[in-house]
Design a protein around this ligand. Structure first.
Ligand SMILES: Nc1ncnc2c1ncn2[C@@H]1O[C@H](COP(=O)(O)OP(=O)(O)OP(=O)(O)O)[C@@H](O)[C@H]1O
Length: 381
């Protein structure tokens, strides 16, 4: 555990970048520092690996004052990733990644073989190994930056706005990759961003900082969304925090109806017994959703999918969140959401109204994952 204990940073010109900050960064989890520009996020991160020395207070690593370790030993135990990756332009990708192992005295072969293994881990094709950084896209360069930081297998990764310079689609891919790597390797990651959505998505714990380097709130993201500490945090979280909070409620308890679901051309569709549902959901022979049949549309023979109402993007029952289920229902012209299993086959349908009831029950039960335990079990979707 990294304990930040009453830390203040005053720069020589008198600027107080961080003001009496105290918090514990748990092992094997992602802790995100988020806040407006100039609130002291980068300074905090750099105090952890002593690129910046605190003016007051101390930082304990597994109970020991970080100043008791030689600074080089400390830094080698902490990979560091920055915006635009900061790669060595004159070195190939594989040699960029092999930098720290080489500094640690590994042979060239061993360091390069480790680098190639890491390229695969961060989702980079091996054919890029001999290229130079300028021959890679921004997103690929960021992956190289992550691989380089992981090369010597440090227990801690410090990441300063690592994905800020890439477009939203690439950024989402990098975030997903980081979550996957974190789940696989169990690193302690300290991540700085000014993007609250990124913080909520990635953080096991989120520290919201305010201008003047003060901590506004430190909590799992579900708790931030349900109980912002004050108006500043509430404002920073943005207008749709209620909807975003639904990402933390699993869809597992939604009661799915299978009555209004039928495969095209099976004859069952002719009966059109849709129960409570006004429409019939028609699937293909494998059970994958084709669309909604309006009353009156013959469905007992081959169905022209062009005549069905679209069913939008279904949610994965049990795996996706209530937010995904609600989104599906809201976007559906019928007001009903389609649930599928992991292989895309229809598991059932559920109405907007039933989802609304599940949301009310979830709020009443305070069942958003992680809010009680401090461990944020994220729900996909
Ligand atoms: N070397 C320095 N000398 C004086 N003031 C500094 C120095 N470095 C940072 N600051 C000031 O300290 C405050 C915190 O800066 P810091 O870079 O930690 O903020 P930040 O939250 O990371 O900002 P951003 O999101 O814009 O990167 C700012 O007011 C900044 O101008």
């Amino acid at each position: 555990m990294i304990r930040i204990d009453g830390v203040t940073k005053r720069y020589p010109d008198g600027t107080v970048a961080v003001d009496r900050l105290s918090l514990d960064i748990p092992d094997g989890a992602i802790t995100v520092f988020v806040g407006p520009s100039g609130c002291g996020k980068t300074t905090t991160l750099r105090m952890i690996n002593r690129m910046v020395e605190p003016s007051e207070g101390r930082i304990l690593i597994d109970g020991e004052d970080s100043r008791r370790q030689p600074v080089n030993t400390l830094r080698r135990s902490m990979g560091y990733v920055i915006q635009n990756a900061g790669l060595f332009q004159h070195r190939t990708i594989v040699d960029n990644i092999a930098t720290v192992p080489r500094l640690l005295g590994w042979s060239k072969e061993k360091a390069r073989s480790r680098a190639r293994e890491l390229m695969e881990r961060v989702g980079l094709d091996g054919s890029l190994a001999k290229r130079y950084p300028y021959q890679l896209s921004g997103g690929q360069q960021q992956r190289v930056g992550v691989a380089r930081a992981l090369a010597a297998d440090p227990p801690v990764l410090l990441m300063d706005e690592p994905f800020s310079a890439v477009d939203p689609v690439v950024r989402k891919g990098l975030q997903d990759e980081l979550l996957r790597i974190q789940a696989e390797l169990g690193k302690t990651i300290v991540f700085v961003t000014h993007d609250i959505d990124e913080a909520v998505k990635l953080g096991t714990m989120v520290a919201v900082m305010r201008t003047g380097g003060r901590l506004a709130q430190y909590a799992p993201p579900a708790e931030l969304l349900s109980d912002p500490a004050d108006a500043f945090v509430e404002d920073f979280l943005g207008a749709d925090r209620g909807i975003r909070r639904l990402s933390f409620f699993p869809s597992a308890e939604l009661e799915l109806l299978t009555g209004p679901v039928a495969a095209a051309g099976t004859g069952r569709t002719a009966a059109r017994d849709t129960g409570d549902a006004p429409y019939l959901l028609v699937t293909d022979a494998d059970g994958r959703p084709l669309g909604w049949a309006e009353p009156g549309l013959p469905t007992d023979g081959p169905v022209d999918p062009g005549r069905l109402l679209p069913c939008g993007r279904p949610f994965v029952a049990g795996q996706d969140s209530l937010r995904a289920a609600l989104d599906c229902a809201v976007l559906s012209p019928t007001g009903w959401a389609v649930a599928v299993d992991g292989s895309g086959r229809v598991a059932g349908v559920v109405s907007q109204q039933a989802i609304g009831e599940a949301i009310r029950a979830a709020h009443a039960g305070g069942r958003s994952d992680g809010a009680d335990t401090g461990a944020s079990a994220k729900v996909a979707g």
